[in-house]
Design a protein around this ligand. Structure first.
Ligand code: FEO
Ligand code: CA
Ligand code: CA
Ligand code: CA
Length: 686
């Protein structure tokens, strides 16, 4: 008999056209329903969301900026986990950041920030767990579900793994360096083989301020580390919460508050070191301890994608660091996978077993299409003897993964966003969203330059920098403006391999761009995209979802989702790109372009409303419902415009009839979750 869920090798829908309408469009025969938006109440007693800036209690409501999410099945009665439950389940979802002006009646106030505003903004970040149910063919969230909960920047969590108890993790909150308060800027997600959520802390540093003079006050190697993590002295915090009062919950955001202790146990100097991790949450159990899995390294985390779990072999977890010129990482567990742990009696204990001990590797991409995983350990002499930073111990290496990656010569990539693992081939895909400072002829960095401003030369894995053909800039000056999707195959298919091969699955480009240098994947108007970001494979169909977050293409289309039938590493051709340098000589770069897509293997599936990005994608195990998030529709807003709805860029999802009348042109836009189904009840994309 054929498998119940045969992989799909030909897309079964008509491509959606590019659009700048303030609406969600999906193919004919599909429905995208809004089921869960910013502010939606998560308890029976929480008032409905007024959406006029007067709402409070965000620790009992959906947070803002819906991002990565995973679906966790429940049985029909809702009493227990059912990994195959497709009509009732939990969505565990990141709330990455804020469109803060919309959260207040008259927009955001200037500094000092009123405590009443900070008290809304802080808990609007973090994670929500919300029950969703399909009734009569339609999905809705369950307001009074006992599973519903919020995890915010104030929720107690534990540091687990390499950093636990480290001297650099001691804070006023946890003088032993074993705990941390909450999680922030949660971007990508992961789904563990034992049924928990992994959530990545991305641009965590931006919430903290470090005053002028802090370098001298510290006078130690932490200055080097803070500069590497983009927190130079004088940096302002994103929202100014530290100006809201004397309470510790505000003061903690100022890491230049240094006390009399020698080690940080009476001050905030190390507060930043307790963020930047992969965090594990058991969505089924509110009482379970939340743990930061620090052995997986500290950087601007996106997703955490498991390689295929094979009994008797270690587990591999793939991760990226989303900043210009940062690295790709892999964690390999010290413990081999036991299939009995797919349904453990204690899910967080399973996390302890597989995620606290293991090796962290960083990727080096070679120009010949091969690559190396280099171990970042205190035992690696290149790390231990690194002239740029004196690591003290294994915890210091885990806290400062970027510096360890520098020490071993890892390859600087064009902003690694999400990664995902193909469910049958086990090949690993990474979106490299774009890199404005990838240059044909890079300038030397200025002294003290921010790490993300350092211009990098082209290489085989990051081979494009071209003039914006619509802007007329000189060749090589615009950087990699459209991004690409690279993929890797482990040597021997082994999770613990230290070598791999790679090629580029797709190069983002406008369809009318030059196919010899820019539109290398020969994308058509039904396929063209820019700045791939969210990336996710359906376990049911094997199809690859690509979500975009674009700054360079929104003049042509709002951000979008595409579906692809992926091939395999090595199915394409070696291609030489020729660039003309300023002195008129030629620079040739060889790269590896995967098999070009056809009309059957790559199509645009969805276009979002104005000013949004698409991020977060998951499905029911039967493949018949795909959930996707619309993040920050209409985010371009100033406080001055708040009183004038005609000035809003977007009114979605109110204008689509969500808690408002269809066609509404006055409601404030809201990040929201879509439930996407096929009208004939079939699998999405098939
Ligand atoms: Fe939150 Fe790198 O996207
Ligand atoms: Ca992202
Ligand atoms: Ca992005
Ligand atoms: Ca453009």
């Amino acid at each position: 008999a054929p498998p119940a869920n045969p992989p799909v090798d030909k897309l079964g829908f008509t491509a959606v056209a590019k659009s700048t309408a303030d609406a969600v469009s999906v193919p004919a025969g599909y429905t995208a329903a809004v089921i869960y938006a910013l502010g939606d109440p998560l308890t029976a007693g929480t008032p409905a969301y007024a959406n006029d800036g007067s709402d409070t209690d965000f620790d009992q409501r959906a947070g803002d900026h819906h991002d990565g999410m995973e679906y966790f099945g429940l049985n029909a009665a809702g009493t227990a986990r059912d990994a195959n439950g497709s009509e009732r389940g939990l969505l565990a979802m990141n709330h990455e950041a804020l469109s803060d002006n919309y959260l207040h009646v008259n927009g955001s106030s200037a500094r000092p920030r009123p405590a009443s505003e900070s008290d809304k903004e802080i808990p609007a970040h973090g994670v929500s767990v919300v029950e969703v149910r399909k009734t009569g063919g339609s999905w809705a969230y369950v307001q009074d579900s006992a599973y519903n909960r919020r995890v915010t920047p104030l929720t107690p969590v534990e540091l687990s793994g390499a950093v636990r108890g480290n001297a650099l993790a001691k804070t006023l909150y946890s003088t032993a360096g074993t705990g941390a308060r909450g999680t922030i800027n949660n971007c990508g997600t992961g789904y563990t083989p034992w049924g928990t959520l992994l959530t990545g802390e991305e641009n965590f540093e931006g919430y903290f301020t470090r005053s002028a003079g802090d370098d001298a006050a510290r006078g130690d190697k932490s200055v080097t580390a803070l500069n590497r993590y983009k927190r130079k002295q004088g940096a302002a915090s994103r929202h100014g919460w530290e100006t809201s009062g004397a309470d510790d919950k505000y003061q903690r955001w100022d890491i230049s508050k240094i006390g009399a202790s020698a080690d940080g146990s009476d001050d905030y100097r190390n507060e930043l070191n307790t963020f930047g991790y992969i965090v594990e949450i058991d969505p089924y159990d509110k009482a379970a301890t939340i743990k930061k899995r620090t052995t997986l390294g500290r950087f601007a985390h996106e997703s955490a994608a498991f390689g295929k779990a094979v009994a008797g072999k270690p587990l591999a977890v793939y991760m990226g660091d989303d900043s210009r010129g940062e690295y790709i990482y892999k964690f390999v567990s010290a413990t081999n996978w036991d299939a009995a742990d797919a349904e453990p009696s204690n899910r967080i204990a399973a996390g302890d077993k597989y995620l606290d001990s293991g090796k962290l590797y960083v990727a080096k991409f070679n120009d010949d299409g091969s690559g190396d995983w280099i171990e970042l350990s205190f035992d690696n002499l290149d790390v231990k003897n690194y002239a740029g930073y004196a690591f003290a111990d294994a915890g210091d290496v885990a806290i400062h993964s970027r510096l360890a990656g520098d020490a071993v010569g890892a390859t600087a990539m064009d902003r690694p966003e999400w990664c995902a693992v193909h469910p049958t081939t086990g090949e690993i895909y990474y979106t490299l969203t774009n890199n404005s400072v990838r240059k044909l002829e890079p300038a030397a960095p200025a002294v003290g330059a921010s790490p993300d401003s350092i211009q990098r030369a082209l290489d085989a894995a990051n081979p494009r920098s071209y003039k914006d053909s619509y802007g007329g800039a000189p060749e090589g000056s615009a950087g990699n403006i459209n991004g690409h999707i690279i993929r890797m195959k482990e040597d021997g298919g082994e999770p613990a391999a230290t070598g791999f091969t790679w090629d580029v699955y797709l190069f983002g480009a406008q369809s009318d761009a030059d196919t010899s240098k820019i539109n290398l994947s020969s994308l058509t108007a039904d396929q063209d995209f820019s700045s791939p970001d969210g990336l996710w494979f359906s376990r049911s169909t094997g199809l690859c979802w690509i979500q975009t977050d674009d700054g360079a293409y929104t003049d042509v289309s709002n951000c979008m989702m595409l579906l692809g039938v992926p091939g395999t590493v090595g199915d394409g051709v070696k291609t030489t790109l020729s660039y003309t340098l300023a002195d008129t000589s030629t620079l040739s770069i060889d790269t590896y372009v995967g098999k070009k897509p056809t009309a059957d293997t790559l199509k645009r599936f969805l276009v979002g409303p104005k000013d949004c990005e698409l991020t977060g994608c998951t499905e029911t195990p039967d493949g018949k419902t795909v959930f996707a998030n619309i993040q920050h529709p209409g985010e371009t807003i100033s406080a001055a415009t708040i009183g004038n709805p005609a000035g809003y860029v977007s009114h979605w999802p109110g204008n689509a009839g969500y808690q408002a009348t269809v066609g509404n042109t006055t409601s404030r836009p809201r990040s929201a979750t879509l439930a996407i189904t096929k009208d004939d009840g079939g699998r999405v994309g098939a």
